[in-house]
Ligand binder design. Structure first.
Ligand code: NAP
Length: 248
């Protein structure tokens, strides 16, 4: 197995939104960023370029995190190339919003497959490498609605609550191996995921945010960078709310 002097960062869903911002923020000469995505090839190429422009190295791979085979191949490639994984950010996520009575089973399954099973597959794959290293940081991007709930988002909120239970359980399992596991719970962040909302919904969202603005991807990235830093080495099993005060 090759050993790499470079810090290896893995981000799921790095082609757009919060994931793109996280990939770019990790860019550094001594770091290589691997990310995956579902289908946005040109957006992924843009992330790679942004990381290069910032002086780093990035490898984007089209790999569905809901597929066990795709996840296995993704991590085999990373470990065969670098021999290590220092940070995993489980960021990829989808919504299939709608009132419960109109929620199709296929939509429920799609949300669980990406948001929960995807996180499970990636974390399980990376944990073996991190256990061998006796170090690692795992950061799961949950959501404020995983704590508060939200009408019309039962599948999404259930998946995001599930991420928190998973975070705390794995934090307990891996703590003795010097691996920390934390969650970040964003509020409403300006990305494609929230772009589709009507002006009316945006207005009502703003009313719920004490800081009086929607968040930017960089607001979430700042928390992720902190949790991945040496200074955060004594923090595990926590949920960091970055929501402009929506949840207190
Ligand atoms: P986004 O702009 O919709 O981007 C989603 C990313 O996930 C894209 O890179 C997408 O790839 C990737 N992805 C989706 N399904 C995938 C799959 N099956 N396999 C691999 N990659 C997949 O979303 P975002 O707003 O940045 O959200 C990022 C995370 O933050 C999500 O977990 C979301 O639930 C959470 N979050 C967001 C908000 C918000 O207000 N935006 C609030 C709370 C929590 P493609 O580009 O190829 O589709």
């Amino acid at each position: 197995m090759p050993t790499n002097e470079k810090r290896t960062i893995v981000v799921t869903g790095g082609s757009r939104g919060i994931g793109k911002s996280i990939c770019t923020a990790f860019a550094a000469p001594d770091t290589v960023v691997y990310f995956n995505y579902a289908s946005s090839h040109s957006a992924a190429a843009e992330t790679e370029q942004l990381v290069r422009d910032a002086g780093g190295q990035a490898v984007g791979i089209c790999a569905d995190i809901a597929s066990e085979t795709a996840v296995t191949d993704f991590f085999l490639k990373i470990v065969s190339e670098t021999g290590r994984v220092d940070v995993l950010v489980n960021n990829a996520g989808i919504t299939r919003d709608g009132l419960l009575v109109r929620t199709k089973t296929s939509d429920w399954d799609a949300v669980m497959d990406v948001n929960l099973k995807g996180m499970f597959l990636c974390t399980r794959a990376v944990s073996k490498t991190m256990i061998k290293q006796h170090s690692g940081r795992i950061i799961n991007i949950s959501s404020v609605v995983g704590v508060t709930g939200n009408a019309g988002q039962s599948s999404y909120a259930a998946s995001k609550s599930g991420m928190i239970g998973f975070t705390k359980s794995i934090a307990r399992e891996l703590a003795s191996r010097n691996i920390t596991v934390n969650a970040v719970a964003p509020g409403y962040i300006v990305t494609d995921m929230t772009e589709a909302l009507s002006e009316k919904v945006r207005e009502s969202m703003l009313q719920q945010i004490p800081l009086g603005r929607l968040g930017q991807p960089e607001d979430i990235t700042a928390a992720v960078l902190f949790l991945a830093s040496r200074q955060a080495g004594y923090i595990t099993g926590q949920v960091f709310h970055v929501s402009g005060g929506m949840y207190m």
